[in-house]
Design a protein around this ligand. Structure first.
Ligand code: DX5
Length: 231
């Protein structure tokens, strides 16, 4: 086991489809696959937990057969429990709930795993890492938000890096099989910090879609810089 935090876990590049043309999401999914991403994140927003609305399970299901890549549902929704099965039925292999929306987080994570999907928990910037300390054994991934959720194109919050390092240390010291994902303001300029702190899954939306050299270049550049952050 390497002594560098998280370096035993592969770097995974995962786009958010939030910046994509919503009238052609299936084409965006195929283009992201061709660009070499490792999985695709769907930012689900309900207009209550965050001041924005996006898409439901039927939209995700309509894109399922356009790629073999893993779909992860990032549920920025109040009270996610009643609809957990709909995201799995739509073809999501990983379901991310926000700790701030789960009255019984341990039970919710267990229910996601009972549905046959990977279970993950997201933490808003103001939420301390201790909130997940006692459920890491149920987590396939922890998402450390590096912006306040609800919108793409926001500025990266670098004060989240110690939170990443704390969670990675717990994972290593206690032998958990758990990825750490960062999401929000991730670009070639900001990716080295969180990966150096121990994150291994990188979400990028606006930076990736705005790359003038195209999605393939954006993916390759992020991967190269993330790997270099571990050297
Ligand atoms: C916030 C969203 C965004 C999105 C990526 O709720 O979760 O973080 O995925 O946004 P960018 O990469 O454009 O900051």
């Amino acid at each position: 086991m390497s002594d560098r935090p998280g370096t035993d876990r592969p770097i995974l590049i995962a786009p958010s489809v939030l910046p994509a043309d919503f009238s052609r999401l299936g084409d965006a999914v195929e283009a992201l696959d061709e660009a070499g991403v490792d999985r695709i994140q769907w930012d689900v927003m309900d207009g209550r937990f965050v001041p924005n609305l996006t898409f439901g399970p039927d939209v995700i299901a309509s894109c399922r057969d356009r790629t073999e890549l893993l779909f992860e549902a990032h549920l920025m929704v109040e009270d996610p429990d009643p609809l957990l099965h709909t995201w799995v039925d739509a073809g999501c292999g990983l379901v991310i709930v926000h700790a701030e929306t789960c009255r019984h987080l341990h039970r919710t994570l267990g229910r996601i795993k009972d549905l046959g999907a990977g279970a993950a928990v997201a933490l808003n910037p103001s939420t301390p890492p201790e909130v997940v300390e006692h459920v890491l054994d149920l987590c396939d991934m922890v998402l450390v938000m590096t912006v306040n959720p609800g919108f793409g194109g926001q500025r990266y919050i670098d004060t989240m890096e110690p939170k990443v390092a704390t969670i990675r240390r717990w994972i290593i010291d206690r032998g958990h099989d758990c990825d750490i994902e960062v999401d929000g303001g991730i670009s070639p300029d900001t990716v080295r910090g969180p990966v150096g702190a121990g994150a291994n899954v990188v979400i990028s939306g606006s930076s990736m879609f705005k790359d003038p050299a195209g999605l393939g270049h954006a993916v390759d550049e992020l991967r190269r810089l993330a790997e270099a952050a571990r050297a």
